[in-house]
Design a protein around this ligand. Structure first.
Ligand code: ARG
Length: 456
């Protein structure tokens, strides 16, 4: 029996039914759907549309349905088009005709909009929690290897020495911005559309604010036409997820590179690596490759939704049913990826000696230019002169510290005998002690602040 069958003479075409039904994927909204219905029944009661007895009967029936879903006993039946019709059908079986009163003034259009909002509110909590776990692991690793020096790269070319802990902590701040973005989105998601009806509003004087409050939402929507079609909050979480995935992908790429034998700065624990079916020696970073790859589908979910939304006429259109699978795929894959990345960071084995073997005195060229600046040489000129020194080292196959002092002074009279002191990786790092720099004491402060943010 269809809930909307009154005006139809013919049965629905089988393929059309398959095409139209969303129960196959939206059944996972059962808990939020029931949560919304419980609040709506209460509002109908307060508006005098349900007696206390009817209200209690509906509340109990819905509670029973939730139990059935929780335990896997709920039986999807042929006529169940979506989660909303399935719950209503079952409620009718359990409590009889009173079930038919629950949908008074409500449409699946405002109902599904509410369900999605409640679902996303929950998901935001879970994603934030995983991000915090990851941040925690980054802090722990950074703390454990606080003074390890590694080459820093720009354009993937050796640039300047940095602390390994500083590199790790750079990701902490990306994930911190991601959490703040999720908080912003939460504020726009926790707005109740219930009471918007199919498109025009609700004629039964229900207390919309009270429903919102009951559902832990901060506000109610102000325009029913907008409320039934607004999926901005879905697009927003899909974007936030995409950017998180991009950050993870970037972390994954660094780890893949640093674990390559040509670098060998670190190794992913065996629990997160895989072998080759052909080459016995292989230890592949599949966990990180998949994390990098997952970003593709997570970004595609955002693009998918934006294309569905683009060009729709006002209010509810069935196209909007296509919002859900993109959303579910995005949150599921992101959470799975985050859980794996948490484990990978914890499992990382670090090889500081391999990192220092890659340190090259040329990476201190800027420090030499800074030395000349301190002697009063304008930076541009200093840059030029140190460039000449680098050319000399290349042409004569020597390192900076091996340049004879007469050559040095020939290039810049300001070079004194103390320049070997400048050619020192630790010194170069210690000097970068302005806020946000890579000096150990600055990184320690950074970690303290990070811990404070996480409430430790
Ligand atoms: N299954 C639908 C969806 O997910 C629910 C809303 C249906 N509304 C309607 N008027 N047919 O969007």
């Amino acid at each position: 029996m269809k809930l909307w069958g009154g005006r139809f003479k013919e049965d629905q075409n089988d393929v059309m039914k398959k095409f139209n039904d969303s129960i196959g994927f939206d059944n996972r909204l059962y808990s939020v759907d029931i949560q919304g219905s419980l609040a709506y029944a209460e509002a109908l009661h307060l508006a005098g549309l349900l007696t206390s007895k009817e209200n209690i009967s509906i509340q109990q029936g819905l509670g029973k349905i939730r139990d059935e879903f929780d335990t896997g006993e709920f039986e999807i039946k042929a006529g169940d088009e979506d989660i909303h019709t399935a719950v209503e059908r079952r409620l009718f079986e359990l409590i009889g005709k009173t079930a038919g009163k629950l949908h008074t003034g409500r449409s699946r259009n405002d109902q599904v909009a509410l369900d999605l909002r409640l679902f996303i509110m929950e998901e935001i909590k879970l994603i934030k929690h995983l991000l915090e776990e990851l941040q925690q692991k980054l802090i722990e690793k950074a703390n454990a290897h606080i003074n390890v020096i590694m080459p820093g790269f720009t354009h993937l070319q050796p640039a300047q020495p940095i602390l390994f802990s500083h590199w790790l902590m750079s990701f902490f701040w990306m994930f911190e911005r991601d959490k703040a973005r999720l908080d912003d989105i939460l504020a726009r998601t926790a707005v109740s559309p219930l009471g918007s009806g199919a498109l025009a509003g609700n004629p039964f004087d229900i207390d919309r604010s009270k429903i919102a409050e009951e559902l832990g939402m901060d506000a109610i929507s102000m325009n029913s036409l907008d409320a039934v079609s607004d999926r901005d909050f879905v697009a927003e979480i899909l974007f936030a997820n995409s950017l998180i995935a991009v950050h993870i992908s970037h972390l994954a790429e660094d780890i893949i590179l640093f674990s390559n034998p040509a670098f060998n700065y670190l190794q992913i624990g065996e629990a997160y690596s895989t072998g080759s079916s052909l080459m016995p020696q292989k230890r592949n970073p599949d966990s990180m490759e998949l994390a990098r790859g997952k970003s593709g589908r997570i970004i595609s979910a955002l693009v998918n939704l934006l294309i569905v939304l683009k060009g729709l006429p006002s209010t509810y259109n069935k196209d909007l049913q296509e919002d859900k699978e993109a959303l579910f795929d995005s949150v599921d894959n992101l959470k799975l990826t985050l859980s794996v990345v948490v484990g990978v960071i914890e499992s990382l084995i670090i090889f500081p000696e391999k990192m220092s073997a890659h340190l090259n005195e040329a990476m201190l060229a800027t420090d030499l230019a800074d030395y000349l600046v301190n002697q009063g040489v304008p930076f541009r000129e200093a840059h030029q002169k140190v460039g000449e020194l680098i050319r000399y080292t290349e042409e004569n196959s020597v390192s900076l510290s091996e340049i004879p002092s007469r050559v040095l002074q020939n290039i810049a009279i300001e070079f004194e005998d103390d320049i070997e002191k400048i050619i020192d990786f630790n010194k170069a790092i210690n000097k970068k002690d302005g806020v946000g720099g890579t000096a150990p004491k600055t990184v320690i402060k950074q970690i303290e602040l990070a811990k404070e943010i996480l409430g430790d």
